[in-house]
Write a protein that binds this ligand. Structure first.
Ligand code: ZN
Length: 556
């Protein structure tokens, strides 16, 4: 299968049909809902169904392409699914994981936006295709392909007050005009596009007609339009975000979540809104520890959005998926920003956001040279004169950013997505799950038996996932149910017992009282005495929302 590829909605649908016919026991294809334009939002449930249903197993959540143009994430999701499916039975680790755990994969949250972005005459929107907040275009400049070449490039307009000039290093590039520089030939830069209600003088940037950003539409500290543009009329107001929130909140077995975006080559962790100092310390340690594993396996740095990925030093974004998943549900969630053109071109350790405000112009040349050597023929365009019906003499050219900045050139897609597969598998290794440490039935008298049950969680995470989930009380403690047939009576113990939560190894990250303590706090014990005739069948069911269900039958 070729992963140097961007998948259309039709290709995804065809591919999943093939998977279902090839791996009927391992993958279930369903939808979590429909998009605004009535396209299915596909969900792949990947687990060995013969060892239990998905809700009876701990889960890792993976999604992609909530932002319309970030289609690399979809290829990453497909890469992961394909490798899980084809490795089952031949790879011990994956066989074990799919027997005891489940991967939920939504390869494309936003099929409408992706369809527009991948159309022969593309349109690029942030998320949804629904006009918002107004039905009609505001005044100003709107990006579109105006010369019919199927690309939306840049547009430059000569203007003595412009803040750009032709680069001294390479005439194809534009360079920022210095504050003390006067008397040269200067330009204004715009996206290729047309103006609405142009008066012939004032060029405003038009507020996008389809102004929604789904990743501001989740319930965590959601803020209205006046405070945060694009957040929608109310939390989960859009069919896409509503479908996600609905599925996830009715699947309490999810412990980890990865949401694929582009770009920057960074693994982001909560919060977007507050400092690490204001987070639960134990959870922060887990976030960092797991993030280190991700960094080591993928080569991406892992940082807090608040500390290292704010668009403005004094402003935060709210209503994001990852913050909602962690803050409301206690799920350890990471946003992976795939691909980074400057890094690929050899610019080391750049500061993601600050770099845009200021960087040496030599780095622009370094990036263009990399594109000359590695990019496709349609990655960068020399400036060409164009007679703009509204603006007159302009030039079109520059970056075709969709397949240079926002997504890798085709030859580089597979290399970018495959580096995250080991990190995903490591998450599957850290899930809580239940095993029997001991189940002992002893005859202690005529038709009288003593049952001893010891349950363990061998996972890294506890059966409550995170301190946040515990304090929010979003996952029930481990419970045990004893099913007794007619004629069997309990002498001591109860039919239903609460075992409480079982710890994992994640609470061993702190320094204990004696420096290094390892109590068996991942283990719990229950006992019963029953009166029963020989041959009676007794069923024991141990249930954890986050760690799965374990069932055993004993014949006396
Ligand atoms: Zn994004």
């Amino acid at each position: 299968m070729d992963f140097n590829h961007y998948f259309t909605n039709e290709e995804i649908s065809h591919l999943q049909d093939e998977w279902v016919s090839q791996y009927p026991d391992l993958i279930q294809v369903s939808t979590i809902g429909k998009s605004h334009d009535d396209r299915p939002i596909w969900l792949w449930t990947i687990t060995n169904r013969s060892t239990g249903t998905d809700l009876e197993k701990p889960a890792v959540w993976i999604d992609a392409n909530i932002h319309a143009t970030e289609i690399t994430g979809t290829t990453a999701a497909i890469y992961i699914a394909q490798h899980l499916l084809t490795s089952y039975g031949s790879d011990d680790q994956i066989t074990r994981q799919l027997n005891q755990a489940v991967y939920y994969i939504v390869p494309r949250i936003n099929p409408d936006g992706a369809a527009w972005a991948m159309a022969p005459n593309p349109r690029y929107v942030r998320s949804g295709v629904r006009p918002y907040p107004w039905e009609e275009k505001d005044e100003g400049l709107f990006s579109q392909d105006i010369n019919g070449d199927g690309k939306i490039l840049q547009m430059r307009l000569e203007d003595s007050n412009g803040d750009w000039k032709v680069s001294s290093l390479d005439p194809r590039l534009m360079e920022k005009r210095a504050p003390h520089e006067n008397g040269g030939t200067y330009y204004r830069l715009f996206p290729e596009g047309m103006l609405e209600d142009y008066d012939g003088y004032v060029i405003k940037m038009g507020r996008p007609l389809e102004g929604l950003d789904f990743n501001l539409n989740f319930p965590f500290q959601w803020r209205a339009e006046g405070e945060q543009y694009g957040a929608g009329p109310y939390p989960t107001s859009e069919p896409e975000t509503h479908a996600l929130a609905d599925f996830i909140s009715t699947h309490p077995n999810i412990n980890f979540a990865i949401t694929f975006h582009t770009y920057s080559r960074v693994i982001l962790r909560p919060y977007s809104t507050k400092s690490d100092d204001d987070m639960n310390t134990d959870d922060l340690w887990v976030f960092k520890k797991v993030g280190e594993i991700g960094s080591k396996l993928s080569g991406y740095r892992c940082v807090s959005t608040f500390h290292d990925f704010k668009y403005h030093p004094k402003e935060v974004t709210t209503g994001a998926f990852d913050d909602w998943m962690y803050d409301h549900l206690g799920v350890f969630t990471y946003t992976i920003e795939l691909w980074d053109l400057p890094t690929e071109a050899g610019i080391k350790d750049r500061k993601w956001i600050e770099w845009w405000r200021e960087h040496p112009h030599e780095e622009d040349l370094q990036i263009l040279k990399w594109i000359d050597e590695h990019g496709a023929s349609d990655a960068y365009f020399e400036w060409q004169p164009y007679d703009h019906p509204q603006l007159g003499k302009v030039e079109l050219g520059g970056w075709n950013s969709m397949f240079t900045w926002r997504n890798p050139p085709l030859d580089f897609v597979e290399a970018e997505v495959k580096r995250h597969y080991p990190f995903i598998l490591s998450l599957g290794e850290m899930l809580p799950h239940l095993t029997l440490f001991n189940l002992d039935v002893r005859k202690i008298g005529e038709d009288k038996y003593h049952i001893n049950l010891v349950v363990e969680n061998p996972g890294f995470l506890p059966t409550y996932t995170s301190q946040q989930s515990k304090s929010r009380k979003v996952s029930r403690p481990v419970r045990v149910e004893l099913e007794l047939p007619e004629g069997v009576k309990l002498a001591s113990g109860k039919h239903r017992e609460e075992l409480g939560h079982l710890e994992g190894r994640s609470n061993k990250l702190e320094v204990g009282a004696s420096g290094s303590e390892s109590p068996t706090d991942n283990r719990a014990r229950l006992e019963w005495v029953i009166h029963a005739p020989v041959g009676s069948k007794i069923k024991i069911k141990i249930m954890s929302e986050r760690a799965g269900t374990l069932t055993r039958e004993i014949v006396l």
